[in-house]
Design a protein around this ligand. Structure first.
Ligand SMILES: Cc1cc2nc3c(=O)[nH]c(=O)nc-3n(C[C@H](O)[C@H](O)[C@H](O)COP(=O)(O)OP(=O)(O)OC[C@H]3O[C@@H](n4cnc5c(N)ncnc54)[C@H](O)[C@@H]3O)c2cc1C
Length: 304
């Protein structure tokens, strides 16, 4: 039953008509629990609040699957302006970007040009860009582009999804190159030909990937709300004398704020992924799919 609901929600995440309808009404249905506002200025207010609470952040201007060059260029310009605003406001937040928002589906060269422009601007501000990982069909191209960009710029990191069989091999390669890694479980609907269907296997691979990255001395973002995995990572780092400056925990805005605060209070570096923008529908649906109980709070917001 839960798996069927998850499949339905991830299917709806790609549905154009539902997207249009939700864009008009969705904030009322609870999307604002996961989305920090529609503009960068609204999001920066949240970033400042997080910084006061000793939490770092990474901003994500929502949007993906862009198929128009002008839209991809606008997304690039938006990121560059956001980097200027972050620096101007004296805030520390980094940026996370999706390559399909920068034109990967149009033409990889367009996407590379846009990404490099953002990295150049970020470097000028001593800032850092994490490139999110999307559905499997973009995995190879995304890793190739990040690997290349890391060679030229240095201020860029990759994301590996623990549910993909291939990720252990990718972790070895990227860690050897010293490319900072964010390890996640994976948020898309993938076939069992390429991804572990069972949660136990995904968790075991998550552990494997964090181990590979940390043992290689690579800066590692452990991006999960799963307390078992977080506790395992703390123990692993402690036993292996891996300093707290070599890794950080990352969590999503609106999820397990209690855990974010308690880790920060204990002296761990915690970064909150802060999404904002008007194109929040697909992101919101993935958050519902991760925890179908979330559909309950959406329904409750319909009948307050
Ligand atoms: C900083 C960050 C960046 C990410 N970037 C990517 C990316 O680039 N590509 C990608 O595919 N995925 C990305 N993800 C999403 C990730 O793949 C998972 O889908 C998501 O983190 C949920 O898995 P989990 O590790 O928290 O574990 P789970 O086992 O799913 O959840 C553990 C516990 O966390 C809480 N929880 C988890 N999700 C929710 C939710 N939606 N609502 C309420 N509570 C919840 C619950 O208490 C749950 O019991 C990212 C996640 C984070 C934290």
């Amino acid at each position: 039953m839960e798996e069927a609901l998850r499949t339905l929600l991830l299917g709806l995440a790609r549905n154009e008509a539902a997207n249009g309808w939700m864009k008009r009404y969705g904030m009322r249905f609870g999307a604002d629990r996961f989305v920090a506002g529609e503009t960068v200025d609204e999001a920066l207010i949240k970033v400042r609040m997080l910084e006061r609470e000793k939490l770092y952040s990474t901003l994500d201007h929502l949007g993906e699957s862009v198929d128009d060059g002008a839209e991809a260029a606008a997304a690039r310009d938006h990121c560059m302006t956001a980097l200027d605003k972050i620096a101007g406001a004296g805030l520390q937040t980094t940026l996370s970007v999706k390559l399909t928002q920068l034109g990967l589906d149009i033409e990889p060269a367009v996407c590379v040009e846009n990404l490099h422009a953002i990295l150049e601007r970020a470097r000028g501000h001593r800032n850092f860009i994490h490139v999110d990982m999307e559905g499997f069909r973009h995995c190879q191209a995304t890793l190739d582009i990040v690997r290349d960009a890391a060679g030229q710029f240095g201020n860029v990191g990759a994301v590996l999804q623990a549910y993909l069989y291939r990720s252990a091999q990718d972790a070895v390669d990227l860690a050897q190159r010293g490319i900072p890694l964010r390890i996640v479980k994976g948020a898309y609907k993938e076939s069992r030909d390429i991804a572990f269907p069972d949660k136990g296997d995904v968790d075991a691979q998550f552990v494997r990937l964090v181990e590979i990255s940390l043992r290689a001395g690579n800066y590692t973002a452990i991006a999960t709300h799963d307390e078992n995995l977080i506790n395992w990572a703390r123990g692993f780092a402690y036993r292996n004398e891996i300093g707290r400056d070599r890794y950080e925990f990352q969590m999503l805005y609106g999820i397990r704020a209690d855990l974010q605060h308690s880790l920060a209070r204990e002296g761990y570096r915690v970064r909150v992924y802060v999404p904002y923008g008007t194109d929040w529908y697909a992101y919101f649906m993935r958050r519902l799919a991760e925890r179908p109980a979330n559909v309950g709070f959406v329904l409750r917001s319909l009948y307050p």
